[in-house]
Write a protein that binds this ligand. Sequence first.
Ligand SMILES: Cc1ncc(COP(=O)(O)O)c(C=O)c1O
Length: 437
Amino acid sequence: MKLFEDYKRKTPTSKEMFERAKNIFVNGVNHDIRFYEPYPLFLKRGKANKVWDVDENEYTDYWQGHASLILGHSPDFIMNEISEQVKHGTILGAPNPYALELAELIKKVVPNAEKIRFCNSGSEATMYATRLARAYTKRRYIMKVSGGWHGYNSNLIKNVWNKETSGILEEETKYISTFKFNDISSFEQTFKGIKNDLACVIIEPVMGAGGGLPADKEFLRIIREDTEKNGSLLVFDEVITGFRLGLGGAQQYYGIEADLLTMGKIIGGGFPVGAVAGKSEIMEMANPQRKDSTRIGGGTFSANPISMKAGYLTVKYLIENAESIYSKINSLGEIARKGIDKVFAEAGIDTQTTGIGSILLTHFLTSEVDVIKSVEDERLCDKKTQHFYYLYLMTYHNIFFLPTHLGAISYAHSDSDIQKLISATLEFSLNIKALTQ
Ligand SMILES: Cc1ncc(COP(=O)(O)O)c(C=O)c1O
C-alpha cells in the first residue's frame, strides 16, 4: 500500500529501531497503545507544539505526551527551574515544600480537594480511590463504565476490552460491576442489583477511551443523586479532565460534585504523577493513626521534588493565566472538531470528531452507527480508515496524533496549526482511495 511505503521511506531509522525493539520489548513498546501499524515513530525531542523523530522529521504534535502537557513540551520557564532543582536533589524521600505548595494550589481551585495524597501515576490514584471508598463505606462493590479506562489495575480493567485479559483471577473482578456510558437505564439496572453493597461509582465525566466522549449532564446528575441517597461514594476520574477542562475540572464544568477525585497528567508538569483527593472525612480513612485505617501508600518516588515543582509551576501558570489559556485551547478545539467534520461531510464521508474543550478524535461512521455516545458506539466505527487518516497526516503533513487515540491541543498550538490540520484533512478526504490501495 502506497501510504505504508511512503511512511517507511520517510522514517527508516524508526523502522530499524523498531526491529531492534521487538527483540527486547513486548510488541516493541512500553505502553500498549504506543504501537500502531506498520511501526511507531521513535521520537527523540519535543518543544512547545513540536516533536522530532529519529530521522529529524519535525511534526506538529497533538499527542502531547498522552495529553499530559497543556503548555506544550518543555516550557522554558519550567525547565530552567527544574534544571536547577536537579542539582539539588531529585528524590528526597521526605516531606518537602514543593509538594506542599502544589497541594495548596490544587486545593484552592479544585472543588472537594480538601485532602490530597500524591503518588506516581493515575493507575495508583484510581487504585487508592476505590480502596478508600471500600474502607469508608465498608461495602464491596465498585461500579464502572464498560470500556472505561482507569489505568492498569487488575480489577479496574474489567470490561475495558471486548476480550478479557488472562492472568486475572475471577475473584479479583468479582465485585466490579459495569454499566454503559450515557445510558441511564443501564446504570440504574446495575445499581439496583448491588446497591446495598455498593462502595462507589468511579467514572470519567469525559471518557478518554472513546476519544473524549462527554457524559450527558442528566446521566451524571442521576448517578450523583443515587449514590448520595445510597451512602455510596462518587469518584470522578479526572486524570485527563483535571486542569484540562478548566481549573476546577469536570466538577466545575458540569456543576456536579464528587466525593473523591483522581488526577494525574497535567499536575505533574511533564513528569510522573498521580493524586487522589477528596473530602477530608473520607481521605482520613487512610490515616495510619486510626484503628480502622486503610493504606494508600504513595510509592518511593511519590511527591518527588521534580514532579512537584514542575506541577506547581504549571498549575500556578494555569491559575494566573486561566482566562487566556482555556479560552484559547477550547476555541482551537472547537474550530478543529467542526472544521474536520465539515471537510469530510463535503467529501461525502460521515465522521464525528468527538471531544470537548481541547481534546479531539475523528471517527469514521458506518451503517451501524450514526452518532457516538459511548465506547460501544465507537467500536462500530471504521477503525481502518481512522488509522489511515492519522498515518496520512504524519506521512504527508508532519502532523502527529497517536493513531486512533485522543488528541490534545496545548497553549503552544496556534490558529495556523489548526488551519494546517484542516487543510491536510481536506487533502486526505480527496485522496483517500488512491492512497490506501
Ligand atoms: C482517565 C484515566 N485514568 C487513569 C489513567 C491511568 O493513568 P497512568 O497512565 O498515569 O497510570 C489514565 C491514563 O491515561 C486515564 O486516562
